[in-house]
Design a protein around this ligand. Sequence first.
Ligand code: TXA
Ligand code: MG
Length: 334
Amino acid sequence: MHTKDRDVWEGEGVIVDDSDRSIRLAVSMLRAGRVVAVPTETVYGLAADASSPEAVSRVFAAKGRPADHPLIVHLGTGASLADWAQHVPSDASRLADALWPGPLTLVLQRHPSVPMAVTGGLDTVALRVPAHPVAQRLLEAFGGGLAAPSANRFGRVSPTTADDVRVELGDAVDLVIDGGPCDIGVESTIVAFAGGEVTILRPGGVSSEALARVLGRRALTTVRGPVRAPGMLASHYAPTTPLELCSPDEAALRGAELVSSGARVGVLSLAGIEVPGAAVVWDADGEIGAFARSLYRRLRQADAEALDVLVVALPPDEGLGVAVRDRLRRAAHR
Ligand code: TXA
Ligand code: MG
């Protein structure tokens, strides 16, 4: 739902373009404690002034998110980590120097000035410097940290366009800045540091191979199991359509079986899998970046197409494929 003149703000929940005027408007709303949806290179975020517990509480209300689930604080390139984190391990500094701005979130000991509303009562804070030029311009103009979860209702599919945000959140968001479709399409990689260990809490836009290269190590631990992080719940990123996850070898046969049982079937794969009679067949020309970029759009489309089932051929478990498989597993979990 776009306004006729996208440079004019006509009310609540409106999508505006990424002009300087829109950025100024967004800054004035953020300073007034309102919530603004912002494009990042991963997914759209729902931003509020991280220094204001009241503003942050509006984010939780808009998403329907439990208050003990912490938010990521987004910082501009000029921000000082020391204002947000009490202690920065050398591994964290190396990752920040090499990979920020970018789709990487570092969990560090929180500075006492970071509100508990942001950290969900934890003594750590998640920090990220996003690479999207619109997010950067907004952060620079705002001059502080912006607490921003993905701009979807709790447990649902993350938005990768401004229109997705409107559909997800309606008037619960005061303003949506349209920065075009997100480049990466899955959320940031979250990394924590404890006792000299570097642990991946959530696989994402930076691969574990890239992290290991920066750190000069061969492998990093990846957490499996319950963590107090909604992205780590067994069921998350969930469309209404049931998913069936298969290996590429099994997908065509499974799709054909479901078609012959009378189901309205969709098929999603990295590279063309033929299923005669399927309602929709989507692939990504064999390119994992394109698969990740279109993943959440496809999950939304599966719902819009009223599919009975979406058969997904899982991509290889390496690089960006690790994050894609993680999201698919959670989206498939009932
Ligand atoms: O790419 C992204 O990270 C996007 C964009 C908007 O930046 N943001 C995002 O936020 O995915 P959200 O809230 O949907 O997911 C953030 C994850 C949650 O799983 C949260 O629990 C975890 O980060 N997190 C935040 N603070 C944490 C902390 N102190 N310790 C452990 N996990 C934390
Ligand atoms: Mg999220």
